[in-house]
Write a protein that binds this ligand. Structure first.
Ligand code: CTP
Ligand code: MG
Length: 240
């Protein structure tokens, strides 16, 4: 079964600083979004890519993707939403009903190796309902009582060997992903849904089972200016 991929790309990129929406910012002269879509299109597991673009930038994104020729893959563009979760839901709604496996990949992870995409899709094909690529942490992590700017009391230090930093693409049985997004919408309307920052988190919240497969250091998210410096260096090394 061939998978479809949803690419949430409607964020503003506030942490990256002033400028165009993050997905349209350039890396090696090519928009981050184009890198991300290419990385997915390189996988034989992926047959369709749906991009959730900034709502006021749909035609710009269509033009951008056209001009960068994506080797015959089916790439569609829909308007994204006000939150990442809404963007994913809107992208998912544009996937034909017969597609059984859906990957969700951040436009802000332009350099994900195709091996990660393949491994996530394969794990879903092998029977998992939700799969996330992840890497061990380099830093020790402490839970604190948040106190912006001031000293923060430490609550405890989780055992680092049990922690993973989670990346994308995350892979799902389509039914599972659609169902948890639907439930999240209902819960939100009812008033109470603490923030969930990834799609697998929604699966966990509603009792589903999520498994981790190895991610890759080059699948890091471009969030702050320093990440763009690193991304340029990784790209230069690839091109050398
Ligand atoms: N995203 C989206 N729709 C939103 C918000 C985020 O599609 N309303 C996407 C972003 O475009 C990005 C991915 O979700 O590809 C991960 O989000 P993040 O790294 O937080 O990107 P931004 O929200 O753009 O950045 P920031 O939080 O710094 O503003
Ligand atoms: Mg954000």
């Amino acid at each position: 079964a061939v998978a479809a991929a949803v690419v949430p790309a409607a964020g503003r990129g506030e942490r990256l600083g002033p400028g165009a929406p993050k997905a349209l910012r350039e890396l090696g002269g090519v928009p981050l979004l184009v890198h991300a879509v290419r990385a997915l299109a390189r996988s034989r597991a992926v047959g369709l890519v749906v991009v959730a673009a900034p709502a006021d930038g749909v035609s710009e994104v269509v033009g951008l993707l056209d001009s960068h020729g994506l080797d015959g893959k089916d790439v569609r563009v829909v308007a994204g939403g006000a939150t990442r979760q809404e963007s994913v839901r809107l992208g998912l709604a544009a996937i034909p009903p017969d597609v059984e496996i859906v990957l969700v990949h951040d436009a802000a992870r332009p350099l994900v190796p195709v091996e990660v995409v393949d491994a996530v899709a394969a794990a879903v094909r092998a029977g998992a309902e939700a799969v996330v690529p992840a890497v061990p942490l380099a830093d020790t992590v402490k839970r604190v009582e948040p106190n912006r700017g001031g000293p923060e009391p430490v609550l405890d230090t989780p055992d680092r060997s049990t922690l993973r930093a989670v990346q994308t693409p995350q892979g799902f049985r389509r039914e599972t992903l659609a169902e948890v997004h639907e439930k999240a919408l209902t819960e939100e309307a009812a008033g109470g849904l603490p923030p969930v920052t990834d799609d697998a988190g929604l699966v966990e919240r509603f009792g589903g089972r999520v498994v981790v497969v190895p991610g890759h250091e080059e699948a890091f998210k471009v969030t702050r200016p320093l990440d763009l410096v690193l991304a340029e260096a990784v790209l230069a090394r690839r091109r050398a």
